[in-house]
Design a protein around this ligand. Structure first.
Ligand code: P6P
Length: 344
């Protein structure tokens, strides 16, 4: 069968009325920028892309999160900003790497969309050559807003028009949803274009693989201790079956495994991070991944509620994340809701 390119797929979605021309252009531009990020990432030690970013006087560069920035964090952020500045499809961008939204420069036309991204998720893995990725989310710019502020981005995940990630692994793979299924495109490096490799992905409802950072176990809430304890007890425990564990420490890689073969991913609230509300960021990590997972028949929760229903209160807000195979997520959520109702 003749391969379907990303551009052909987007034209199909436009003809079906799922996306408009501006959103189609936006997705194409982001995918093209991610190809450039893949080139930069693939240079490894041969390009000046590894190690920590530095600012004035060679001081370590730190982002809004207070995290030291890797060179590739900064490079990836710049690639996405530059690629999206001139096309006329955006009103503003927001990024994990920037405190405030970046407006489209006045010299260029503005569009009706807001783009949010984590330009290089999992960047602590770069220097050890483990898969990293870009995560993005698209919202509508509120009617009549010309210079969007952070408050204009604070829309629940259900308001997303599209979301996707690109995982820079053995292959460079784009996974995308515009609310009509979740679809996978693999980069054909010889031609230089993304080619449809899986249409209408369905995540298995049950799971035997779980992803969590076990080193935080002593900090978890009782419900998480109970739930993970049962998975570890395997066939001799109440679940009556064995489970396997994976933790790449790169959300994009862990989520892509789940999109590919099922499983569950947890970054729960724990005593260490309770003050900040969680580890992962709602607007440009949790919400886009939740959209992708739900559109593939999975579930995404904060442990207390559907993740995409959460009304954001801050651009860089953090949340607990439970996502993946629907039936398994529901077990973990039920334990947390039982806990909440017992302890009020
Ligand atoms: P930990 C990467 O820094 C990230 O934001 C996600 O990609 C990943 O799932 C998580 O943090 C890893 O966290 O605590 O295991 O380093």
């Amino acid at each position: 069968m003749k391969p379907v390119s990303l551009i052909q797929f987007l034209i199909e979605e436009r003809r079906a009325g799922y996306i408009n021309a501006e959103l189609s252009l936006l997705i194409e531009v982001v995918a093209r920028a991610c190809k450039r990020i893949a080139v930069a990432t693939n240079k490894g030690a041969l390009g000046d892309v590894l190690g920590m970013a530095t600012g004035a006087g060679d001081a370590a560069s730190v982002n809004i999160q207070g995290e030291a920035q890797k060179k590739l964090d900064v490079i990836s952020n710049e690639i996405l900003l530059e690629a999206n500045a001139w096309g006329g499809h955006l009103a503003a961008c927001a990024s994990e790497e920037m405190e405030d939204p970046q407006p489209i420069p006045d010299m260029y036309p503005k569009g009706n969309h807001l783009l949010l991204f984590d330009p290089l998720d999992g960047s602590s893995n770069i220097d050890v050559n483990v898969s990293v990725g870009t995560i993005f989310s698209v919202l509508r710019c509120p009617e009549g807003v010309v210079n969007p502020k952070a408050a204009d981005f604070l829309q629940p995940g259900t308001a997303q028009l599209a979301a996707g990630y690109v995982v820079y692994g053995p292959a460079t793979v784009l996974v995308l949803t515009s609310g009509h299924g979740t679809h996978e495109f693999t980069l054909d490096r010889e031609v230089g274009s993304f080619v449809l490799s899986r249409r209408d992905i369905r995540i298995p409802q049950d799971a035997t693989e779980f992803a969590i950072n076990m080193s935080n176990q002593r900090h978890w809430q009782p419900a998480m201790q109970r739930y993970i304890g049962e998975l570890l007890a395997g066939s001799e425990g109440p679940r009556g079956k064995d489970f396997n564990m994976r933790w790449v420490a790169s959300m994009v890689a862990d989520v892509h495994r789940i999109v590919t073969r099922g499983g569950v991913f947890f970054y729960p609230l724990d005593a260490k991070i309770a003050q900040q509300g969680g580890k992962l960021r709602l607007m440009y990590e949790a919400n886009p991944m939740a959209f992708i997972i739900e559109q593939a028949g999975g579930a995404a929760s904060t442990g207390q509620q559907r993740l995409m229903a959460l009304q954001p209160t801050g651009l860089h807000q953090r949340v607990p994340v439970f996502l993946g195979s629907k039936n398994e997520v529901e077990v973990a959520v039920q334990y947390h809701q039982d806990d909440a109702s017992q302890h009020g």
